[in-house]
Ligand binder design. Sequence first.
Ligand SMILES: Nc1ncnc2c1ncn2[C@@H]1O[C@H](COP(=O)(O)OP(=O)(O)OP(=O)(O)O)[C@@H](O)[C@H]1O
Ligand SMILES: Cc1ncsc1CCO
Ligand SMILES: [Mg+2]
Length: 285
Amino acid sequence: MGNKNQSLEEEEDWGMKSWKNLEKVGEKSPLIQCITNYVSMDLVANTLLASGASPAMLHCLQEIPDFTPHADALCLNVGTLSPDWLPSMKSAAELVNELGKPWVFDPVAVSASDFRLKTCIELVGLKPAVIRGNASEILALANASRDTHTSKGADSSHGSMDAIEAAKSLAIASGAVVAVSGAVDIITDGQRLVGVHNGVAMMQRITATGCAVTALIAAFVAVDPLHAFEATASALSIFGVAGEIGMDMAEGPASLRMHLLDSLYGLDQATILSRVNISCMSRAS
Ligand SMILES: Nc1ncnc2c1ncn2[C@@H]1O[C@H](COP(=O)(O)OP(=O)(O)OP(=O)(O)O)[C@@H](O)[C@H]1O
Ligand SMILES: Cc1ncsc1CCO
Ligand SMILES: [Mg+2]
């Protein structure tokens, strides 16, 4: 009985936290600089706009000193990595660090090549506030030094539950909050661990939904930088709820993409309070 009440309170609390974070994004319209892959640029920008944030897809090294100080958060994504973008990524991350603003990292297909793996390890060294990947990516990043590469592409060949220990060890080693997306999204700071039970499987059939939710995490962390763990879980849950509502109207991936964005734009407090499903999974010892 006690436990049941406690878990009910936690669920209500997460619903309200998620709503408050989304409301703050709408009120403050944080400016999110995204250095992201070519595939994802459109969906990332439109996801941020639908949530109330303001996207800027600038990646030119010469523009970073002028522009990046105006950003409220930075999102880096290595999906279509090339050596000429790397100085921009590093310079932008270093600048936001100096300015005390958060940045969020998406290690897309981290084990596709040695160059990408080395780059991702270097970027993790630049202290992202949050790292979000699918299970294969988080496993590969956490195990990088042990050379246990398994999946080379952008899609996951593991379930998120397979990556819980990897996520915890990556969080402890990097100091970042680590999120593993999947049927249940896992979020940990190395101590706390929650699962987000929102979303629909069809979201995997739209390219760059992972990249989009990473950018949404950046917007949520921008408005609550001292609570990156809560901001990350909220953003994943809100994006999942938008997917669930979108799926009620969708006939396949293309219409889900449209309805997900419309649903994200239209979310209200009552819907969020009734649908956010985040539960405490364990406490690391
Ligand atoms: N089986 C599932 N059931 C419900 N939601 C899911 C499922 N799989 C993924 N999602 C949701 O889809 C979104 C994208 O997660 P996914 O793990 O597919 O990212 P990804 O592999 O990095 O995608 P991409 O690289 O294409 O951007 C997340 O919001 C996640 O919660
Ligand atoms: C399919 C794909 N390839 C490189 S980036 C990307 C988008 C999903 O991460
Ligand atoms: Mg991805």
